[in-house]
Design a protein around this ligand. Sequence first.
Ligand code: HEM
Length: 443
Amino acid sequence: MDASAADFVPPMPPPVGRALSAFAGLLQARRDVLSIFPEDAYRRQVFSARLPGRLILVANTPDVVRAVFVTRHETYQRKSRFLEDALRPVIGGSAFIASGEDWAEKRGAIVPPLHPSVVSGFEPCFEQAAAELAEDFARAEGPVDVAVAYAAAITRVMLLAVFGPGVAREEAAEIARTFTAYQDAAEVVDLFGLIGLPDVAGWLTRARANRLAAEIRARVAALLAAAGPEGGTPLLASLRAARREDGSPILAGERLLDEVVMLLLAGSEGAAITLTWTTMLAALHPPSADRIAIEVRASKSHDYTRAFIQEAMRLYPPVAVLARQATQPDRIRRWRVRKGDVVLAVPWLLHRHEELWEAPHHFRPERFLGPQARPRPRYAYLPFGIGPRICAGAAFGMAEVRTFVTTLFQRFRFALAPGFTPRPNCRLALRPRGGMHLVVTPR
Ligand code: HEM
């Protein structure tokens, strides 16, 4: 094991001393979901909170995760109402939040163009966007907010992948900026709605969220119109070509727009956040970043780079909470689950569970490396989710993150900007509160 990394514990919010009441927890969760977990949440297997009229159960052990997300997928395939309501204004009824046959059909349309076997075809898009970002870093005077830079660069990848090189680079920055503002507005809105209380502030924020959603959709609709019915890339052609058994198109008109907007957003969010945390870890632990730079220059196999990224996603899973609602009654251990109750798997907790990981809060990329890697329980590492709804772009996402890391880490060193402290903050996704301000210098 690399002794230099073995004792490094990167930033995490302190656990609360004792469990909060359900209501206090809900208020707190509005600001940061991670801040509601008491210390024993990193040890327990299943625990619950009861809100008026609703049970929230946390599946915190591999066999229950497997039951909910895989074996009993039919019962738990619906995402939470909170997530559905937060995203519907911008991504419509697309595969990300659809359920039942509607979901199966849409999933069938988006999986082939993102399949692992075709991902290498997107490498030129990854390389172009990474090279453009490297030029920005080289020209930067003063600290860079890499969270903002990566959001724009990864949206750029998705625009290149869907529409091709004709789209202006500034378009990606605009869409990424608008989506971040949208999330800030949308993700706080509905926690009160969840328990049936009126939320006046929420209504005001919702109006702003709806305006931002309309702006994003109008931009993407304009790009689709400019591409014309035949234009765009093989990815877009594949979405348009998806057919039902009776020969009718699965995605046309608004439904095609929903799916393209969803791919731009879902496809950007996870990868940009992964890169942000990966780069923070490089800044906080320079010897491991040096090791990546050396590996990239010396060899074609990038095993340590891959392990570093996997460890970053273990410590900071971009989707830190996976939520499902029961569509019919069920029983989980001693809990009686009713229709509408919510079951969560919390990658943040599972990835740091004391019974599942050695030194769970330590940064140790070696745990994912070759002969030293201990076998992991299969349902305890879920950066891309699990079961039939597993991320449709996992291979694409891993490949683009790897291209950005290899391109940037061999050219630059990273350090925290003076006076800046990174703070993990989880609402819809696990992002750094206030951005990620780093000094970027050439190697
Ligand atoms: C490192 C990058 C990424 C991470 C960490 C990530 C993470 C996730 C996770 C955790 C889910 C499951 C959510 C749940 O079960 O509630 C998911 C779903 C999804 N992701 Fe990703 N994702 C990444 C990249 C991408 C990319 C590049 C695309 C598309 C190009 C994409 C498209 C999707 C879609 C369409 C779904 C919904 C699948 C369904 O419900 O059937 N993701 N992603």
